[in-house]
Design a protein around this ligand. Structure first.
Ligand code: T3D
Length: 263
């Protein structure tokens, strides 16, 4: 299938989604939302896909909402941005967070507005050293959305979150890594290989355990310790019933590398 606003490839159990509106710094219009949603559904359904890599074409990763589609608003006919979030951005963030395969994000350039928060919603984020993250919302009279307020407060703390949101200042990839927003940054020319290597590595891991790890870590941000212990018990019970757990134990005892099948 071909797409107008994205590229989508599957090879060796790794799906690769590339935002592809480079002249607009890969900002989102409705068509792009629909295409992205359709491939995320495919990733969720297709049990042969065991990891997802997201990146962008051109010099930007994603500049959030395409503002040229907001240009015709007048005092009489303002777009309802709550509806836009409910219909497009919130389902996208929920899908990324609920996907049962690891999602690697390779941030190739500026990630602004919802674009930054889409990156932060992925599971392992690597960024090119020259990439920047900008909560650009306040620059146009909006508040961070697409989970940005939640992600920032949980990862970098209230003081930094408040300043970034209010000032709309650029956060360098290096600071994003230091502040716990992303896994790490790498030299620009190493980024795509690094992202692909991570996605390939993850696609050979025990996929069910990856899904349970994701669920446990995501729940830990809001659960009490007691509740989290229950969550770990329930998910460990499920992990212990997988073929991959048996394989992992056998491989360890036989002193050989494990060959996980994702079940
Ligand atoms: O509306 C709703 O549905 C609610 C949901 C909102 C979610 C949001 O994401 S709101 C926030 C929207 N995004 C922004 O406010 C960011 C806008 N972009 C920028 O501030 C800057 O472009 C950047 C800081 C990201 C990068 O700056 P710079 O100087 O490197 O690039 P540039 O020259 O500004 O942009 C390059 C081109 O991309 C340019 O087009 P041109 O002049 O070469 O034809 C620019 O207009 C275009 N572009 C960049 N971002 C957007 C965009 N076009 C439309 N929408 C964009 N968001």
């Amino acid at each position: 299938m071909s797409y107008d606003t994205i590229e989508f490839l599957i090879a060796d159990s790794v799906a690769r989604l590339t935002f592809n509106r480079p002249k607009k710094l890969n900002s989102f219009n409705v068509e792009m939302h629909e295409e992205v949603r359709s491939v995320l559904r495919k990733v969720q359904r297709d049990k042969d896909i065991r990891s997802l890599l997201i990146t962008g074409n051109g010099r930007g990763f994603c500049a959030g909402q395409d503002l040229s589609y907001r240009n015709d608003s007048t005092d009489e006919a303002k777009p309802n941005l709550g509806t836009s979030l409910e219909k497009y951005y919130n389902p996208l963030i929920r899908m990324l967070s609920d996907l049962e395969v690891p999602v690697v994000c390779a941030v190739n350039g500026v990630a602004a507005g919802a674009g930054a928060n889409i990156a932060f919603a992925c599971d392992i984020v690597v960024a090119a050293r020259s990439a920047t993250f900008i909560q650009a919302f306040s620059r146009i009279g909006l508040i961070p959305d697409s989970g940005g307020t939640w992600q920032m407060v949980h990862s970098m703390g209230r003081a930094r979150a408040m300043a970034l949101a209010m000032l709309g200042s650029e956060l360098s990839a290096e600071h994003a890594a230091e502040w716990g927003m992303i896994w790490r940054c790498v030299d620009d020319d190493k980024l795509q290989q690094e992202g692909l290597d991570l996605a390939k590595h993850l696609s050979a891991q025990p996929t069910q355990a990856m899904a349970y790890i994701k669920r446990a870590i995501n729940r830990a941000t809001t659960n009490s310790l007691s509740h989290q212990l229950d969550t770990e018990r329930d998910l460990q019970e499920l992990a212990g019933q997988t073929e991959d757990y048996l394989e992992g134990v056998h491989a360890f005892l036989e002193k050989r590398p494990a060959k996980f099948v994702g079940r």
